[in-house]
Write a protein that binds this ligand. Structure first.
Ligand SMILES: C[S@@+](CC[C@H](N)C(=O)[O-])C[C@H]1O[C@@H](n2cnc3c(N)ncnc32)[C@H](O)[C@@H]1O
Length: 269
């Protein structure tokens, strides 16, 4: 597999988009917010359905955001979100983070949320993000770390869910345990001034459990991950149905709790 042809594990099934559309600048980019100023030029790489992108655009207005996606279909999701929320200070560009079709030294901030875990060469991606950042600007990235997920109650089928996800993500050329490697990747990309932090999402209320558990119960049988898991032999359809039941059981458990860690890097260009 070459540097540029990793497969995006999740795809864009409605159950995946439901998960991504929950994201805001506050719950997913809090480590960056204090560095944003009105008038900045910001690039959001791998913007997906664009809820974070639109939040960031509101914060830097009258500055402009450039939203990048690797495929035109994915980019249309972000364009629709911007239109729905009446946000017009966003440009949309189809490009690959490994070779951005953008000039050197252009942006004050270059941001990527949950993207580096899916690309085949995250170090090259960070170098490319730095190339388009103006000297003194910021490259900011945040990724989850699947091996670091913890939950209660202990359900063996959720252990299997984690194993299946990590196997498929790796076979696709990604790194599911990205969070812990962010600082290492930044240093290998040549950054010397790096602030590395971590932050969690926690799902513990009945509403949050119903949303997160219900989303994964559907996603594990209907999204691209399900198709790839069965095709690769990582799981059978019966396994996936059992895992979906376990997600529903976890969501219904009154003491159900889950913590999802993320690694974050703020790198000075
Ligand atoms: C997990 S989604 C995150 C979307 C958004 N940043 C968010 O947090 O809601 C990862 C996104 O990265 C995009 N992506 C994957 N590989 C990419 C690449 N090589 N260049 C640019 N975008 C890429 C995918 O299409 C997908 O929309």
């Amino acid at each position: 597999m070459s540097a540029r042809d990793a497969v995006y594990t999740h795809g864009h099934h409605e159950s995946v988009l439901r998960s991504h559309r929950w994201r805001t600048a506050e719950n997913s980019a809090a480590y960056l917010l204090a560095h944003l100023r009105p008038g900045m030029a910001l690039l959001d790489v791998g913007c997906g359905p664009g809820t974070i992108t639109v939040d960031l655009a509101a914060r830097i207005a009258p500055g402009r955001v450039t939203a990048v996606e690797v495929s035109a279909d994915a980019l249309e999701l972000a364009r629709a979100e911007a239109e729905r929320r009446g946000r017009s200070n966003i440009e949309f560009v189809v490009s690959d983070v490994h070779a951005l079709d953008l000039p050197d030294d252009t942006f004050d901030v270059v941001h990527a949320h949950q993207v580096l875990q899916h690309v085949a060469d995250p170090v090259a991606a960070l170098r490319e993000m730095r190339r388009v950042t103006r000297p003194g600007g910021i490259v900011a990235a945040r990724d989850g770390d699947y091996a670091g997920f913890i939950w209660f109650p202990a359900l063996p089928e959720l252990d299997q869910w984690l194993a299946v996800y990590r196997t498929v993500a790796r076979a696709n050329g990604g790194e599911p345990d990205a969070g812990r490697q962010m600082l290492s990747w930044a240093r290998r990309a040549g950054f010397t001034a790096v602030t590395a932090t971590s932050a969690t999402w926690c799902f513990a209320t009945p509403e949050d459990r119903a949303w997160w558990g219900g989303m994964w119960a559907e996603r594990i049988v209907r999204s691209d991950l399900a198709r790839q898991a069965v095709a690769s032999g990582a799981a059978t359809e019966q396994d996936l149905l059992r895992i979906a039941d376990a997600w529903r059981n976890w969501a219904a458990a009154e003491d159900g709790w889950m913590s999802i860690p993320h690694g974050e890097i703020l790198c000075r260009a």
